[in-house]
Design a protein around this ligand. Sequence first.
Ligand code: ARG
Length: 274
Amino acid sequence: MPKPAPHILMCPPDYYGIEYEINPWMSTERQADHGLAVEQWQQLYECLVKAGAEVSKLAPQTGLPDLVFTANAAIVYQHQAVLARFKHKQRQGEEQHFCRWLEDHGLRVQEAPGDFSFEGAGDALFCGETLYAGYRMRSDAGGHQEIGKLLGVRVLPLELVDPYYYHLDTCFCPLAVDEAIYFPGAFDSYGLQVLAEHVPKLIAVEESEARSFACNAVVVGRTVITNTGCPQLHKQLEQAGYSPIATPLGEFVKAGGSAKCLTLRLDGEEAADW
Ligand code: ARG
């Protein structure tokens, strides 16, 4: 049977802006240019459609400027979604909108277990059958283990040690079941050992490109979409048989996000083996 088209959720940036500071990239004194943000978002949308994805849109909401970062909505596994419980109160109002959309579109939505904070696919990414889970800045290690039990999957927790790489998807991107991009500086020595032992093919990103959100890539088939400013990674991706595409996302970097953060894969990430 042919695989259905990859399905991605995005939220248009109508009410996007830098209204508070909850990560080191954000400064309310460095506002996003609204017109440019709209243009950049639209270009990303078009790249995804061109790469073969079906893109659904969540209705934007006033007063929720970070709702554009749909990666944080939930983690999707088969027909289930484990909903985010945001660490910062500024984003907690997003939960009900993500919940309603996912339920209305046929997913069985569950609350994240316990009272742990959990920021969805921003911090929990499948590579093969294993769920790699970033913790410390936004999601809790204990919560990830509970989610693993709930879904019946193995979880490998990775501690995030650099506040600029506060979500796992800012420093780690599975490409295929056995291959991933990562920025070594965002992990401690134990995390680096876990990655080296479990992911056979690792592509390391240098710091200057990690700062351009090189690791925050969206993978659709063999197409890998990133922000501009990652030429070295793009060369490595070509050598590894991928088709990298750069699209400018600087207005979203001002909020600490880029391509991947602006998307939620609803049918399972390309690298997920389920
Ligand atoms: N301003 C948002 C926050 O700090 C950015 C979220 C980026 N999302 C991501 N999946 N890395 O929460």
